[in-house]
Ligand binder design. Structure first.
Ligand code: IMP
Length: 210
């Protein structure tokens, strides 16, 4: 038996925490999840922090890269989410590249176009292609001294076409979570928060660091 004690998970004290994203939809969801814990939050955009290039090939690597960059530059603990849509019939695509599929020639993001790309690829596989998909969220909590903790959440569901609903962000209008008949974009903010990939990852973070 090893006599090396497993490293304890670091607790998060009260004080300021950077939400290390420039995505307004994610900021809203993460700030809402943190609200009951008396943590003062500030977003990377509010601090005018640059958006690091997501050079990783896994959700974990990209979440760490974003959290570490914000922690380094701000001198504060930072929480980042790297997330994406993994479509079974497309071998897990767009996955880590979910945001990239929305990039346009002029550098903006077009979510309708991105959802359309997924649909075109599914149609190309024929009418029997599985429409099962999963949203994945990897949260990385990093401190300025380089310590990092990770928490993962997933939610299964299926894709519909055409897109439905006006709420949420990103690929919400085409994703129907398991046990539901509506897309995330047809649910209220509170309904989506009750059970999605990010809130599932967040529940693990709460259990570990608070
Ligand atoms: P990234 O984590 O910045 O690489 O971006 C992940 C992308 O996945 C986002 O820009 C969204 O398009 C998509 N995404 C992640 N979570 C959600 C969600 O809850 N609803 C819809 N789209 C999401």
């Amino acid at each position: 038996m090893s006599d090396v004690a497993p490293q304890a998970i670091r607790k998060l004290g009260k004080g300021k925490l950077v939400i290390a994203t420039h995505n307004a939809g994610k900021v809203r969801e993460i700030a809402d999840l943190l609200a009951p814990y008396g943590i003062e939050t500030v977003s990377a955009a509010e601090l005018d922090l640059p958006e690091p290039e997501e050079t990783g090939t896994t959700f974990m690597a990209n979440a760490e890269l974003k959290a570490m960059s914000a922690a380094d530059l701000s001198g504060l603990p930072a929480l980042a989410d790297d997330s994406g849509l993994c479509v079974e019939a497309l071998g897990g695509d767009p996955g880590v590249y979910t945001a990239n599929w929305a990039e346009t020639a002029d550098g903006t993001r077009d979510w309708m176009m991105a959802m359309g790309k997924v649909e075109q690829k599914l149609l190309a596989l024929g009418p029997d292609a599985s429409r099962s998909a999963q949203f994945v969220s990897m949260l990385a909590l990093a401190w300025p001294d380089g310590h990092v903790e990770w928490f993962e959440g997933r939610i299964n569901g299926h894709l519909i076409w055409p897109p439905c609903g006006e709420m949420g962000f990103g690929y919400d209008p085409v994703f129907v979570p398991e046990g539901e008949t509506r897309t995330f974009a047809e649910m209220s903010f509170a309904e989506k928060q009750a059970s999605n990939h990010r809130s599932r990852a967040f529940a693990k973070l709460v259990a570990a660091v608070f």
